[in-house]
Ligand binder design. Sequence first.
Ligand code: ATP
Ligand code: MG
Ligand code: MG
Ligand code: MG
Length: 575
Amino acid sequence: MKASQFFISTLKEAPADAEVVSHQLMMRAGLIKKLGAGIYNYMPMGLRVIRKVEAIVREEMNRAGAVEMTMPVIQPAELWQETGRFDKMGPELLRIKDRHGRDFVVQPTSEEVITDVMRQDIKSYKQLPKNLYQIQTKFRDERRPRFGLMRGREFIMKDAYSFDRDQEAAKASYQVMAAAYRRIFDRFGLTYRAVAADSGAIGGDLSEEFQVIAATGEDAIVYCPGSDYAANMEKAEALAPQSERKAASQAMTKTATPGKATCAEVAELLAIPLETTVKSLVLATDTLDETGKAVKTQVWLLLLRGDHDMNEVKVGKVPGLADFRFATLPEIEEHFGCKPGYLGPLNLQKPVKLVVDREVAALADWVCGANEADFHITGVNWGRDLPEPELVADLRNVVAGDASPDGKGPLAIERGIEVGHVFYLGTKYSKAMNATFLGENGKPQFLEMGCYGIGITRLPAAAIEQNHDAKGIIWPDSIAPFTVVLCPISPDRFPDVKAAADKLYGELLAAGVDVILDDRNERPGAMFADWELIGVPHRVTIGDRALKEGQLEYQHRRDAESSKVDASTALDFLK
Ligand code: ATP
Ligand code: MG
Ligand code: MG
Ligand code: MG
C-alpha cells in the first residue's frame, strides 16, 4: 500500500468526550470516526486492524472444528418471543417495526436464530456435534455507551454456538472452545487472564471470561499469584465465605414499629438523608414473630448498582450479597409488584427488622426515588457517574490479601477488559424452542448447547489500553494495520532514496510483508509523528546520507533510537 493512495487522517487533539487513552488514540490516529453515541465508522486504518483480529479468530475457530455462517442482523420477534427474551431483555434489546407493524429485533446475540436453524436441520444424534459461528454486527442499546469501541452500541462480535447430544459431549465442546480461545488470545500478543465467571441460573463452573489486563478495565478480577486461581469479582464474591469485614460493613439493622412508614421515616430509619445519593440499596424486611425470630424475608427496595445495566438489578432473597442474583426489570416487577428503584409503602403488620446493605448505603452515586407522594424517597437519578473503583473494592467481600480458595496464598486484584466469554448453556434455549433430535435410543432429546463470544471491535481498544506511550499506539505485530512502514526522506530531491524505497517496497510486498510506503512527501517530523501515533511496529527510514554508505535506519516502535541496517540485508531483516 502507498500512503498517497490510502486514507490517512490524524488529529493533534482528541475530542473532549474521549475519556480513556484507547478512545483518544483511536480517534487521533484516524482509526474510527464517530457517527452517533456508541456508533462509529471503522475508517480504513481501523478496519485493517479489525480484519486482522477477525482473521486470527476465524483461523483458530476453523482449526477447532467450528463452521462459519452468517445470521441476519434484523431478526423476527417471534423467535425471541419463544424464549421470552423479547419481553424479558429490557431496553438493551433494540426493537423495531416494519411497515406492516411487525416486530423485529436488531441482534445483540443470536441464540434464538441458531437454535431455530438447528431444530430444522438436526434430526439425529449422528449429525452431532456441531459448532457454528458468525462474525457479525451486533447492536446493544447500552445504558452508557462509552470509551469508543470498548463499549459501543453497534459493534462486531464473533459468536459461536455448539450443539451436542448430551451434557458430557457439550462439556467437551466447551473445553475445545476454551482451548481455542487461549490460542486466539495468545496470538494477539496481549497480557490476558482467563477467569471463572458466574454461569447464572444454569449453575456449574462452565463459564469463563477472557480479560485483557488494563487499569481502565470495567471489571475487577481476583487471582492468586501463587496458583492458577482466577475469577471475576462476582464469581469470587459468590464463593467467598462471608468475611468479618464484610459482615461489619454490610448490615445496619433497626427495628421498625408496625404501621405505614413515610419516606421521611424510612430515610431516617436507614440513616440516609432524603436527598442522599447511594450506589445501590437493597432493603429487606424480616418479619419477626413474637419471640423476635425472623419468619419471612421480603425485599422492599431495589436500587440499581451504578455499574450495571438498567435490566440487571440485584434481587435479594435474604440479606447478604452472596444470596443475590441478577434479574431483569420485568422479573422484578412481577415478583415484587413494584418498580425497581421505587420504595414500596411499608405497610407493616408486625414488627420488622430492616436491613440495608451498608456497602451501598455508604456510597454516593445516585438519588433514589419513587412514584407515590410521601411514601417514597423522591428524585430518581439513574445517570450519575460510577464511584471510584477503589472505593468499591475496599468494601467488597473479597479484597487483596484475602486467602485464595485453593489455599495457595493471598489473593491479588487487578482490572480487566472482557474481550471474550465462553459459556455452557445446557438446554435453556433448546427446551424453550423445542429443539430436539432423535437420540441413540430412538427418543427425542433436547440439544445441549454452549455459546462463545469474542468482542472483535473491543479487542483493538483493549490492545491499545495495554500498548501505548506518549506518542501514540504500539501495535503488536499480529494486529497492526501495517507491520512495516517505509519512510523515504525527501525522495523528490534524492532519486537514489526514491529508488531504494521503491525497490525495498516491491521486495517486501513480494515477500508477503504487510508494508506501507509513505510517499506523501511530508517533512520527516510530521511523517514520523503520524506513524508513531498510528503505531506501526517497524519503521525503516531511507535517507540520502546513510544510503550513500549502503545503510538504512531501522526503529521498532518501542525503541528509543534507530539503528543502522545494511540496505542489502534489510529485506531478510524485515521478513
Ligand atoms: P459486558 O460485561 O462488557 O457488558 P457482556 O458480558 O454483556 O459484556 P457478552 O454477552 O458476554 O458481553 O458478549 C461477548 C463479548 O462481546 C464480550 O466478551 C465483549 O468482548 C463483547 N461486547 C459485549 N458488549 C459489547 C459492547 N457494548 N461493545 C463492544 N463489545 C462488546
Ligand atoms: Mg453487557
Ligand atoms: Mg460481562
Ligand atoms: Mg460476558
